[in-house]
Design a protein around this ligand. Sequence first.
Ligand code: TYM
Length: 343
Amino acid sequence: MKKRVLSGIRASGRLHLGNYLGAVKGMLELQNNPEYETFYMVADLHALTTPHDIDELRKNRREVVIDYLAAGLDPEKSVIFQQADSLHAELAFYLSSVVTVARLQHLPTYKEKVKQYPEHSTMALLNYPVLMSADILAYKAHAVPVGDDQIPHLEVAREIARKMNEQYGMDFPEPEQFKTTGHYVPSLTGQGKMSKSVEGSFITLTDTIETIKKRLAGVATDSGKGYIEKGLYIDQQFSRHETDAVSYSDGVSVLMDFVTLFQGNHRKEEYDTLYTSTGIRYSDLKNELADAIYKELEPLQEKRRELEEKIEYVDEVIHEGGKKARAVVEETILEVREKMGLK
Ligand code: TYM
């Protein structure tokens, strides 16, 4: 039996490099591995957990599918669908009976969102990780390609799987993160992770080369030079740091992460050498990096334009994917209902 994979992205606007490197790349890798059966959805129900615009949501739930297809997700290999079409909410209710309110209230994402939207501390928001667990357990998935920010939610899914197995004799696997090299993509601001909700933090998959250059131009740099002596790094303020690698300032360290991700380790090592010798010219580095990022995004953007002309095809993919996904979920729900005493 093939192992199953489930992942999703919230229908809340344009995808950024964090979504692409942390999730989509892993989704692609597993789609193309014949040992796995892959289910990829648009998390449109999760978009209801924070304030939303109805027309925007209607648009975004299709836009994410277009992004998936443009990035190379293939309906011949993966089931591509919208979460709201597939009975996950019903399973989430059954699963919610084995999770305490206290457990959910302590999750970092819940606390953050309540701070961000103090007027919208809803049941749907609190239940976010339970719905996400239902997304995964509905398919008895083993692997979940997601970025590091989703690890606390995966932990809830694992706990729910354990409890359902112990209390009701279910056979849910404990799902695990499938980690990509870009499992944590930093924010361009130099603080925290790249995120849709932080302006100035992201590069989107549809950005033009000019926009990418503009966004990189905003990343804070330093004088371009530092010194390393026998495991000791001395920065421009002459502070001493013990290290076995060059330790850059916040903004430059973000640039270096992107250099590694888009241009490879070798180029990053060359910059390390430059930094401790003649110095780095950041305008050149940023231009070269922008080109490398755009080179990866350009084919996706071209494919996206083609798909925008073939909306009936996109809708057909969604329709067919929904049917296939629902058939699997119906089976799991029947089993859960029976084991819980509802049949
Ligand atoms: P969302 O929409 O916030 O993000 C989608 C995916 O992108 C990853 N990601 C990142 N990875 C690395 N670095 C970053 N800076 C970065 N920013 C975002 C996220 O980790 C995620 O993988 N709850 C999920 C959606 C979801 C889901 C699921 C995922 C709903 N049900 C079931 C997997 C399985 C979310 O909000 O993702």
